[in-house]
Design a protein around this ligand. Sequence first.
Ligand code: ADP
Ligand code: TRP
Length: 321
Amino acid sequence: MRVLSGIQPTGRFHWGNYFGAIKQYIELQYENDGFYFIADLHALTTIRDPAVLRANVRDAALDLLALGLDPSRATLFVQSHIPEVSELYWLLMTGTPMGLLERCVAYKDKMARGIRADAGLFSYPVLMAADILAYDSQCVPVGEDQIQHIEVCRDLAGSFNHHYRDTFVIPAARVLQESAKVPGTDGQKMSKSYDNTLALFEEPKELRKKIMRISTDSRPMEEPKDPDSDDLYQLYSLFATDEQREEVRALYLKGGFGYGEIKKRLADAADVFLEPLRIKRQTLAQDEKLVNNTLEAGAKRAREVASSVLHRAQSACGLRV
Ligand code: ADP
Ligand code: TRP
């Protein structure tokens, strides 16, 4: 099955990105034909510093490779390296009702906050539809926040197929488990926009400091506590073995522990998990050409598919014979 997803290079990936999305993309690469891309065109709606964007794309690629995305199994590429997507975007734009985009949350939220949106943000879901349709994607794993965009994609593909002729494969969303669930350091959902993230490749000492600063309630030491409603326990569970988790769970239920102790355990468990990944990333980063070569090979493979889909769409709407 063709599985496709994109992730924006808007900063260093954090625990929420990994456990909510990247980990699951990587698992899907074994049984499927995975297409994964770094959505630099979408990132242009927020990053307008060329040096930052360039560095972020390289960092994103290195992070994904270090985390286990395997270019011999899945196709890893950069969105803007496939110009066919931008052409397809225009074909889709001409069949997109304004009202459909006015209802999309990214745009609606910005307007509600009194921020003037640009046309790029307004039409963002159409570019996303082009990303998906260009590769005949059947399944699109995304977090809950993106479901609306997949619906838009299905609508646009359906009406194109109906108006012209059957051209696009209609994709299905696959809601990622745990998405929207990893809590940040302040009790809200972990997100770059809330400045409450724990980055995966954070420098270890800095990470430990940030963990020690995670906000907790003012429960007295001796009082028992429900682990399932506690953010620190949720974070610990991401890294702990079953045995470790059960031990800490029992501590919560019994009471008589301090949060400092749990934070220390969390930092230790995270370190055990992250240290081999850090080493792998450092090794990959030493090979100057590796990222470029990988992304070039990925783009070549992706373009083969996208150009044949674009050709199909152009013929359907009369731009070609
Ligand atoms: P951010 O909110 O930090 O800007 P993105 O919106 O770029 O993150 O998210 C990229 C992917 O990571 C999406 O699929 C999203 O669902 C997932 N994700 C982001 N934050 C979390 C979180 N706290 N818990 C689970 N998944 C998350
Ligand atoms: N908009 C998605 C996000 O912010 C990223 C993305 C762009 C994407 N194009 C896509 C995801 C196509 C899935 C399919 O997370």
